[in-house]
Design a protein around this ligand. Structure first.
Ligand code: 6PG
Length: 254
């Protein structure tokens, strides 16, 4: 494993997705205990996509987080597709099947985005859920998990989309032209309030975007993941060697 600092963020390079997921489970568990010890509760926003699935399965099967910690954990999402919770595209469904069905969290601790509703209505409703659960804690998540697309998007903040300009609202219904769909997403002002943000990035398809974000002068609207800069929190990138390949090559050349 290699550790380096890039643009104020800690970057850990692991051999492959399995090692990266093991490390993510370790960090998830230690942050859970730390937050519960300090505040009595662990508010975490889960990421969608495929990369976190191995992490969720590890947390579910390896039991690194004990029951008392799960009972004090509130589960939210960083983004959601505008589909019903039973749809195979649903980020909620993926997390439910790989994690939530296997750990002792009660229904009232699970706060999903209602992808089945009209996107604008769903975004407003989720902002109300966040107000109810996080306003007293200054809307500060203990941990936000994020992934990154090969186009540099994160959560459902895609390049050159309207939600990137959202500076007031906590949750946005974001129309993504290239996908011809709306998505629900936490906005940058809310994401950047978190105490801890962890990116999980795996695979060679992400190497160009990762290099631009960690080393280049990327235009934030073109590379939204570069706009994730916690104002008073810790940013950690857990990446595998394939995703880090372009940076590695650059370093080797110098
Ligand atoms: C989603 C995600 C999205 C994801 C990236 C990476 O709903 O799709 O939240 O931001 O993290 O697209 O996806 P993979 O992990 O599948 O590469």
């Amino acid at each position: 494993m290699k550790v380096l600092q890039k643009k104020g963020a800690r970057v850990e390079v692991w051999r492959d997705q399995a090692e990266l997921s093991l490390r993510a489970a370790e960090l998830f568990t230690s942050l859970a205990y730390d937050c519960i010890a300090r505040t009595g509760v662990f508010n975490v926003a889960l990421s969608g996509g495929s990369t976190p699935k191995a992490l969720y399965a590890r947390l579910a099967n390896e039991g690194e987080t004990d029951a008392t910690a799960w009972l004090r954990t509130n589960i939210f999402w960083s983004d959601e597709r505008c589909v019903p919770p039973t749809d195979e595209q649903s980020n909620y469904r993926m997390a439910k099947e790989s994690l939530l069905d296997h750990v002792p969290v009660a229904p009232q601790q699970v706060h999903r985005m209602r992808g089945e509703d009209e996107p604008g209505v769903a975004a407003q409703a989720y902002a109300a859920v966040l107000a109810e659960n996080l306003a007293a804690r200054d809307y500060r998540f203990g941990l936000i998990l994020l992934g990154m697309g090969d186009d540099g998007h994160t959560a459902s903040l895609f390049p050159h989309t309207p939600a990137l300009d959202e500076m007031e609202r906590l949750v946005a219904a974001n129309y993504v032209n290239k996908l011809r769909v709306s998505r629900l997403t936490l906005t940058l002002p809310l994401i950047n309030r978190a105490s801890n943000i962890i990116f999980l990035v795996s695979g060679v398809a992400k190497a160009d975007a990762l290099q631009l974000i960690l080393e280049g002068d990327s235009d934030g609207r073109a590379m939204p993941a570069s706009l994730v800069q916690p104002t008073n929190g810790k940013l950690t990138w857990l990446v595998d060697e394939a995703a880090f390949a372009k940076i590695e090559a650059g370093t080797a050349r110098t």
